[in-house]
Design a protein around this ligand. Structure first.
Ligand SMILES: [Zn+2]
Length: 348
């Protein structure tokens, strides 16, 4: 919930402030709501006939990839998205209206000067002036699957898809600015980490629509504006595609590279990844290397999908990064995230 400095512990970023200093200190992200982009795109594609069922199997109609049809389909998608950003803004405001009724004395620690302005509150004052300085996140998941639903290809593999992706998040930002003025809060667009939603939205959409190739045919949606985890590309390409979204997602974002080795033995590679991210305006980056260790014989491995120790057969303890955090023993991940891990490819 809190970010002590610019990026704090995770990708969540607290910056915009119409009620005071633009700082991350003494403020927090109050709540966030995530929009399911693939669902809106699937609806637009079905309505326009690009996505249709033939003998119970979903197919994309290639004859609808001409410019006029594509533009019409994208306009449909954007119109739905615009309404959804407005609705998320309204919902976050309604939650805020409840949150602000709390009294300072209900938060003896936070309101003891930890949050900006709380030092001026008396025990029975409500906390609105302090909460006003917090941010509200409007997030999104599955840009990649949304683009596949609309164009048949995601933004990592197609220039037009990338242009549509950037315009989509720009649109979210424009609507968000209107919502800020309407409700007088610090809203920010967030590249949602989606620890839980990753599998949840996909399950719901699979139930409603069935299996749509490249979209609902796996157990998770791709994190925010990332290229799909199964998509094999260089760190350079990944940075060129993903980092331009960072300036549009001031509520938080992350660019990461999966590597197949122990990076403590290769600091030069860290420099290179850092450099390509900075050259592409990356705001927050991470380098994921997996570390597996046999709890019985101490055998170590950097392999992505290793189950049992090759020496003694004991189940390996694997440390991997799930969204923003390094988590040990992937058994504790939820099913959507586990399926995503199985599909991950290394970029170096
Ligand atoms: Zn072993």
């Amino acid at each position: 919930m809190f970010s002590k400095d610019y990026n704090g512990l995770c990708r969540t970023r607290v910056y915009e402030n119409r009620y005071g200093e633009k700082t991350s200190i003494g403020r927090g992200n109050l709540s966030f709501t995530t929009i399911n982009l693939p669902k809106l795109a699937i609806e637009a594609a079905i309505e326009d006939g690009y996505l249709k069922q033939v003998d119970g199997v979903w197919q994309f109609d290639e004859s609808k990839l001409n410019q006029e049809d594509v533009m019409g389909r994208i306009a449909r998608f954007w119109s739905k998205l615009e309404g959804m950003v407005e609705l998320a803004g309204k919902q976050l405001d309604e939650r805020f209206q409840y949150q602000k009724t709390a009294l300072a004395k209900q938060f003896p620690l936070l309101m003891s000067g930890m949050w900006n302005g709380s030092e001026n509150l008396k025990p029975n004052d409500n906390i609105e002036p302090v909460l006003n300085q917090g941010t509200l996140g409007i997030g999104f998941i599955g840009l990649a699957e949304a683009l596949i639903s609309l164009l048949g290809r995601h933004h990592g593999e197609d220039k037009i898809a990338q242009a549509v992706g950037l315009k989509t998040v720009q649109l979210m930002n424009d609507v968000k600015n209107r919502v800020c003025d309407k409700y007088q809060h610090n809203y920010a667009i967030l590249a949602t980490p989606a620890e839980g939603l990753s599998g949840y939205f996909t399950r719901i959409d699979k139930k409603e629509f069935g299996e749509i190739p490249g979209v609902t045919d796996k157990d998770y949606y791709t994190n925010s504006n990332h290229v799909p985890v199964y998509y094999k590309c260089t760190p350079q390409h990944k940075a060129e595609i993903e980092c331009p979204y960072h300036k549009l997602t001031t509520g938080g974002h992350i660019f990461y590279v999966e590597v197949d080795a122990n990076m403590t033995k290769n600091p030069e590679a860290i420099d290179v990844i850092n450099k390509i991210a900075r050259e592409n305006d990356g705001g927050y980056i991470s380098i994921n290397h997996n570390q597996g260790r046999c709890p019985y014989c101490n055998y170590e491995s950097n392999e992505l999908n290793i189950d049992n120790c090759p020496h003694c057969g004991t189940k390996m303890d694997v440390l991997a990064r799930i969204t923003g955090y390094l988590v040990s023993t992937t058994d504790r991940w939820n099913s959507g995230k586990k399926a995503e891990l199985d599909d991950r490819v290394n970029h170096i």
